[in-house]
Design a protein around this ligand. Sequence first.
Ligand SMILES: Cc1cc2nc3c(=O)[nH]c(=O)nc-3n(C[C@H](O)[C@H](O)[C@H](O)COP(=O)(O)OP(=O)(O)OC[C@H]3O[C@@H](n4cnc5c(N)ncnc54)[C@H](O)[C@@H]3O)c2cc1C
Length: 504
Amino acid sequence: MNTFDIIIIGSGPAGVSAAWPFVKSNKKVLMLDVGFGTKNKKKIRIKKDSSPKISAKEFSYVFRDFNEFYKIKTNNFSANGSLAKGGLSNAWSALTSTFSDEEFSSYPFSREKLLTHYISIGKRIGISGVKAGNLSPWIGDEYVTQRSLPIHPLTKLLLNKYESSKLKFSDFEFKLGKHNQAILSEQLNDRMPFDPKKISGFKDLGDSVYNAADELKNLMKNKNFNYLSDYFVNDVYEDENKTGVKALNIKNERKKKFHSKFLILAAGTLGSTKLAIQATNNYNKYFKIQNTPMFPFVLLFPTQNNRSKKYSVFSFWHLSYYLQLHELKANQRIFGHLMPTDGISSQELIKRIKLPRPISSIIGNFVWPKLLLGTCVFPGIFSNNRMILKSNDELEIIGDVSGDLDIFIKKTKSILTKIFRKFGAYLFVQNLKITPGEDFHLACTLPMKKNPKLMETDQNGRLYGKRKIYVVDGSVLSYLPAKSHTFTIMANSERISKVILKRL
Ligand SMILES: Cc1cc2nc3c(=O)[nH]c(=O)nc-3n(C[C@H](O)[C@H](O)[C@H](O)COP(=O)(O)OP(=O)(O)OC[C@H]3O[C@@H](n4cnc5c(N)ncnc54)[C@H](O)[C@@H]3O)c2cc1C
């Protein structure tokens, strides 16, 4: 029997970051993945109000079949997972931030412990951004390796107004600035800098926007790294000497077993959590799953009457902000980003204007370039979702938000409206009703704890009750702030794999 040192389930940012330390130390690694690629496009049914990225045909291979394979049933929840090579990083916006000291206060280790991993991941994947920028004290800048990408004219206008106004507020703090991104502004090894000509729809056909799938090419140059796609893992277990995985070959429908000394679950929060519930036999019990509740808005700049579309493609050049309400703690900041409409179809607006055509089209096409699309994101503690794995293998997720979120949404909307008005923009919200999961940030189902209990992990991501099964994706986050969390998942995954390496 072929026993590997380590099996990693999943090739997303978490799986790939876990793989490198083992590969470099010459350990025998097997990565198992379903691994849909761009050739596996499939028409998928989408909810009308979903993010345009979810319904974009260039990303259909990213989101296809996830709920069917995992037998997920939802109630007021959008379960957007991926079975693609590289996982959700095929479609992500590449915003990168570190967690602050306050955001680490619920973790069994400090920010200091993860800093070296943030820096090493930053060097490996390349991060463009600003050092000492407006948001740096909160999102960090130690890991920035390249200069910032250019700024879009409309976001530049807003940023200039914000910076020249030097506004201070007595009962809240507001900061607006450029965000760091895992997008190259300069060449890195054989990857070329961002080039708008390589953008098709929302997708970068080059490799300047970090996508974990692109790293597989480099991992596979190493003889000790084995990548097997077309395998859907549906069972994991351990005995005295080894760990095991049962997987279904999705092409020939045959089941196969694989063995290793240690096992890493990096199947994304929903996937890894389902496998962990099965492995620990916790059927028919409710567990919590966090997301970052979010509402979208638009900013209209009436003084930009003559503005027309400047770029024909999606620019990726966002601005971000945070809002600190005094009644909320420092680890409970509200976060959002603002993106230009260039490169996004004006149909997104036209279909929402409740007037007959062609009036709706005329208005929509005229107004669209004068808008920025915004999000307002709350930390995970404002979510209140439950999940349960039933005896028939169905995973049910029931979405909800915390009782006080409504108050904070109304307050935040009113504050943002006043702030952006001062910078020449009108804020509009179509619907304040939140659908949990639409934000794509799912986490904290198996939180790392100093003294873990059932459905928790120890400070190194080891599943409670198991000796050799580790989890490295968003499931193990001990706290979920509103800001982008994938960079922390990657840094933590590298940290955990170095701990396992010592055990090997
Ligand atoms: C539109 C969009 C925008 C986003 N923007 C940002 C952003 O700007 N910043 C940010 O921080 N985050 C962002 N995210 C979130 C980010 O993409 C995810 O947090 C990140 O990809 C999670 O990485 P992961 O490796 O844990 O899981 P995933 O990326 O979900 O990868 C899971 C992997 O596991 C494999 N897999 C799953 N189940 C099985 C199984 N049973 N058997 C075998 N293989 C399996 C899949 O094929 C895949 O390779 C965004 C997401 C989306 C969709």
